[in-house]
Every structure is written in C-alpha cells, then in structure tokens.
Design a protein around this ligand. Structure first.
Ligand code: HEC
Length: 299
C-alpha cells in the first residue's frame, strides 16, 4: 500500500516537472490578431506542403491520416477542428515559438515560409475563410522588406528598408536595423544598430580588416530589430566578396580540442598516453607484489 502511494507521488511529481518546463502555450492577444498580409495562393500551398513534409510530418504525421508520433504530449493531427478553429495568429505564434518537444521555428522557417505552412494546414480546415488582408491593414503592424548592397566608395553596407503599404512600396523610415556577420559559432553583430533615414536607408561602416574565406566572401545578414513586434520580421542574407581573403583551414583540419581523434592536440595525446602508462605500471606492480606475497606465504 505504502509502495503504491510512493509510486503515485513520483508520477505526480514528474508530471508537474514536465508542466513546469512547458508553461501553458498562451498566445498574447496582439499575436492572435496577426494575419498573413497576402492572399493564400496555390503556389504558397504547394511550398507549404513541401515545408510541412520536411519539418513537421515526423511528429504530426500526414494531415487527416492521424499517424502522428506517439510521444507525450501528443502532437496530434493538425487537420483536427481543435486546430482549425484557432486564429491564423495563434497558429503562427505556436509555430514561431514552439513548445518542447516541438522546436521553435523562428530561425528555421522565414515568416513567409511559416505562412505557407499555415496555408497548407488551412486547406484541411472546413469552413475556414482567410481574413481579408486589405480590411485588416493597420491593426497588424508594418510589413518591411530589406535589401542589402555594398557601397564600394563609402565602404559601407547599405540597407534599404521598404514598407509594403496598401498604396504600394514606400521607404520605411526610422526602422532599427541590425547587421550581422556569420561566423563559425553564431552571428557576430557589426557595429551598433542604426535607424533608417527619411529615404529608408541605413549605412554601416564595413571594417576593412575582417577576414573572409579564400575568395574574401563573407555571409552577411540584416534584420529589423523590433522586440515589440510592431513590424513584421524582415531578414536578408547575402554573400558579399568584401572580406580579406584568408586561407583558413577548415575547423577540423587543424589539431584542436574540438577536432576528431586523430587531430587531437599533441599535448593531449602525450598526457593521455603518459597517464595510461602510469596506471598500467601500478596495476602490474600490484599484481607482482601479490604474487610475491603468495610465494612468501608458501615458503
Ligand atoms: C518534435 C516534434 C514536433 C515537430 C517537428 C513539430 N511539432 Fe508541432 N507539436 C508537437 C507537440 C508535441 C505538440 C503539442 C504540444 C502541447 O500541446 O503541449 C505540437 C503542437 C502543435 C500545434 C498546436 C496544436 C494544438 O492543438 O493547438 C501546432 C499548430 C503545431 N504543433 C504545428 C507544427 C508545425 C506547423 C510544425 C512544422 C513546421 C510542427 N508543429 C513541428 C510536436 C512537434
């Protein structure tokens, strides 16, 4: 009886722990109101289907087939009414933020890609009507597109921010821009953030001594910094041959701690070998001593 009690207690505690790691997936009201700013098209749906098969099918299975993974919490079939009745903004928020074991797709799928996955899911939701982007404009924040060029005279990375409005594209002024350089371990932010000028441009000084690959290529990215979520995320990425050409060996070509076994640093191999020899020396010494003791005893 007492054992049963302890087992139940253990189960309750462990489920509480899981709950603590997964606080409710509450969608803030302003995120619920978010909608896709373009009408879903058959092309989007097709792209969404491909992205779904690559990123979601392993857990959620094929919609309507109920062949989702048997894990806890259950991923469920995303064609179900329980998903169909949620607002676009809710689905968008859940895909963007994820909830363990579901990964967050913020940095895996672009905003447009997340919407195309939603357009695919919507094709299974009976009675769904896409909210009209025209009518909702204004309540959903700004949609910004970025373009990146390099000004060889001023030696600046130029970012142009364009706001897509109902009246057509217009320069987005006052958008805070972050430019980053892709490095081995994550992105390195280049200088401070800058705000775009009246005509939608922000210029970032390019350090002339930054190493690139052997052709001087560096991968650069830029995004709008907008923690309040008032503007839709916009990201550009580009490879520009503006770094100092460097014949850097690949990460596993040199001897280093993180490299493969045959590329371990020499000092590590020596220390390790020495340690092994010392340990074996003592083991053999002890065995020989024991044998000696037995001989003495027998004598
Ligand atoms: C590693 C497995 C995994 C992957 C991959 C995954 N999900 Fe999930 N997803 C889950 C789990 C588990 C839940 C349930 C979480 C919960 O309710 O606590 C979930 C929940 C959801 C929900 C909310 C469902 C509801 O009932 O409200 C949506 C929407 C969703 N996932 C969409 C996606 C999309 C779209 C993708 C691919 C871009 C994806 N998921 C990829 C595991 C996954």
């Amino acid at each position: 009886m007492k054992r049963l009690f302890y087992i139940i207690l253990l189960v309750v505690i462990s489920s509480l722990r899981v709950e603590a790691q997964n606080p409710g997936w509450i969608v803030p009201d302003d995120q619920k109101a978010k909608i896709c700013l373009v009408k879903f098209t058959p092309d989007m749906l097709k792209q969404g289907e491909a992205l779904y098969m690559k990123n979601c099918q392993s857990c959620h299975g094929i919609p309507t087939k109920k062949n989702f993974a048997a894990i806890s919490p259950t991923p469920g079939d995303l064609s179900e009414p329980k998903v169909g009745t949620q607002k676009d903004g809710e689905l968008f928020f859940r895909i963007t933020t994820g909830k363990a074991p579901m990964p967050e797709f913020r940095n895996i799928l672009t905003e447009d890609e997340r919407w195309s996955v939603i357009s695919f899911l919507r094709s299974f939701h009976k009675g769904y009507f896409q909210p009209d982007p025209e009518k909702m404009a204004g309540s959903i924040g700004k949609r910004i597109k970025l373009a990146m060029t390099y000004d060889t005279v001023k030696k600046k990375i130029m970012i142009k921010a364009i706001e897509l409005t109902k009246e057509g594209p217009q320069p987005a002024k006052g958008a805070e821009i972050i430019v980053f350089v892709q490095r081995y371990f994550g992105n390195m932010q280049l200088t401070d953030t800058k705000r775009t000028s009246e005509n939608g441009f922000a210029g970032f000084d390019w350090p002339q001594d930054l190493p690139g690959d052997k052709n001087g290529n560096v991968i650069l990215g830029a995004r709008v910094n907008d923690p309040a979520g008032k503007m839709q995320e916009a990201v550009v990425k580009d490879t520009l041959a503006i770094g100092v050409p460097t014949n850097k060996p690949a990460l596993t070509d040199t001897r280093a701690m993180w490299s493969t076994r045959d590329k371990a640093p020499v000092w590590m191999i020596l220390t390790y070998t020495l340690a092994v020899i010392v340990v074996w020396y003592f083991i053999i010494f002890i065995i020989l001593s024991v044998l000696d003791m037995r001989k003495i005893k027998q004598a």
